[in-house]
Ligand binder design. Structure first.
Ligand SMILES: [Cu+2]
Length: 194
């Protein structure tokens, strides 16, 4: 983003928000070519799917190094074609709730919601929701023992150890209620990128 930081897309820092119904054209001089991704920097919009693949082609005149590693002309042509028309592979994770709901759950639970429902490959994925019975049938004897100690019978629907147990194990005072009491905290949403 050399000399064009206002197209780096951080609302409130390098540009104004793009309001609903508005559009904004990003213009910058690309100094590197290759495969990149674009993504939102506003609250949970990335979580909600605002990202995609961005391909910057090299100059036509740029010499490629393929001849140095190809064993014949056909292989060199194949490499040139792959560089020119790559097939993007974009992996993402996806929650079946919108980011605002995830933030509400995080605030209510006082712990980050680390649960995702699907893995997406180029925006497509599969939903595989196990029944409570199937989840229960997969609890190991070791997990069963931990659950029993806390007077519980099952892992959560997403095969998590229930919070009550985690709180119990976090305290040395053997007082789960004390370990789990709400603490005042500053919560903000951060989006990992790059
Ligand atoms: Cu970013």
């Amino acid at each position: 983003m050399l000399n064009t930081p206002w197209s780096d897309g951080v609302p409130g820092i390098t540009q104004l928000h793009i309001e609903p119904g508005e559009s904004f054209t990003y213009k910058w001089t690309a100094t590197q070519y290759g495969s990149y991704w674009y993504h939102a920097h506003e609250a949970g919009q990335l979580d909600d799917g605002l990202y995609g693949h961005l391909l910057i082609h090299p100059r036509q005149s740029l010499e490629t190094p393929f001849s140095l590693i190809a064993s014949d002309a056909a292989e060199e042509r194949a490499m040139a074609k792959a560089a020119k028309d790559p097939i993007p592979l974009l992996l993402g994770d996806w929650r079946h709730i919108v980011s605002e709901e995830a933030i509400d759950i995080t605030m209510a639970a006082n712990t980050e919601l680390s649960c995702y429902d699907s893995i997406l490959v180029n925006g497509k994925g599969k939903v595989n929701c196990w029944s409570a019975e199937k989840t229960a049938s997969l609890v190991t004897p070791e997990q069963r023992q931990i659950l029993t100690q806390a007077n519980l019978t099952d892992l959560t629907g997403k095969r998590y150890v229930p919070t009550a147990i985690m709180c119990h194990n976090m305290t040395s005072t053997d007082n789960p209620a004390a370990a789990c009491r709400p603490r005042s905290s500053l919560t903000f949403s951060a989006t990992p990128a790059r």
